[in-house]
Design a binder for this molecule. Structure first.
Ligand SMILES: [Fe+2]
Ligand SMILES: [Fe+2]
Length: 283
């Protein structure tokens, strides 16, 4: 039994015993015990209980001390008002961002589920994971970009499959349309969701250069993408892509994905997976 629970039950039992001896202490103990009971249920539940007690105490005191009674009742109502306001601020500043990210994530998952490629989702989720490791305070635009960076593959047009065979993965003519079409697809989705224009522009900027990088945040996304690629996609390349395009192009892809990494931290994380990938390819 957790210590908090133990204290809560002891106080409650004491309150029952003392009810017949000293009702004032009994009520105080009961109040503390009930506060301990609701505390683990979160700040909203705790505030509800405190508001309730303030109003009940206010009503009781109205008959013995009018001023104190009024003060307690008014405090209860003010606290209730504060709770509503604080929840709204929380939603506007934190949950709304999370909501946008969750919507983008659902959109990505649905897009890849529709075309039967759910196995690709792990790479996207892990890109978010590594991005947070590289930048723990990453903003929602970065997180949306990480989850949706390869969305083009969910809506791939026939010309891209042709290009993949003709050109190498590392050819600008192949990856530019992948980046820029993906940026347009996620921007269109965010526009339909009425997301702030600044976020849409930033996501578009990030996704549109996630393969080649450029500025600090584009490089960050590219690095997280590379780590997640080596962590999750190597086996698919060894099993399927080698047969489809040949060992040489896959080797080029592995080297390119590793050499493009900008930060030392990201490189040190990806290194063991990259070395292993090359070893497996050469078997
Ligand atoms: Fe990509
Ligand atoms: Fe990727």
């Amino acid at each position: 039994m957790k210590i908090l629970n133990l204290i809560k039950y002891v106080l409650f039992i004491l309150a029952i015993i003392l009810a017949f001896i000293n009702w004032k202490i009994a009520i105080s103990l009961f109040i503390v015990s009930s506060i301990l009971h609701v505390m683990p249920k979160g700040p909203n539940k705790l505030l509800n209980v405190i508001i309730g007690y303030l109003i009940i105490a206010g009503i009781v005191f109205l008959f013995s001390n009018l001023l104190l009674g009024i003060i307690l009742i008014v405090s209860g109502f003010l606290l209730a008002k504060f709770k509503v306001w604080a929840n709204k601020v929380n939603f506007d500043y934190y949950d709304r961002d999370k909501e946008i990210y969750q919507k983008a994530r659902n959109f990505v998952i649905e897009s890849f589920t529709k075309i039967g490629k759910t196995h690709q989702i792990k790479h996207f989720e892990q890109t978010v994971y590594w991005l947070k490791k590289l930048k723990p305070d990453a903003d929602e635009s970065l997180l949306i970009s990480a989850i949706a960076h390869d969305i083009e593959r969910g809506y791939r047009k026939a010309d891209m499959d042709g290009k993949k065979l003709e050109l190498s993965y590392t050819d600008k003519e192949f990856f530019r349309p992948h980046e820029e079409r993906g940026a347009d697809i996620i921007a269109d989705f965010l526009e339909k969701e009425n997301v702030d224009e600044k976020i849409i522009e930033r996501v578009k900027m990030l996704v549109s250069r996630h393969e080649e990088g450029g500025n600090e945040d584009q490089n960050l996304l590219k690095d997280a993408d590379s780590i997640s690629f080596f962590e999750n996609n190597v086996q698919t390349f060894l099993d399927k892509h080698v047969k489809a395009v040949g060992k040489e192009k896959v080797r080029e892809k592995f080297d390119w994905m590793y050499n493009r990494i900008t930060s030392d931290k990201a490189k040190s994380i990806a290194e063991k997976w990259y070395n292993n990938a090359i070893k497996e390819l050469n078997k």
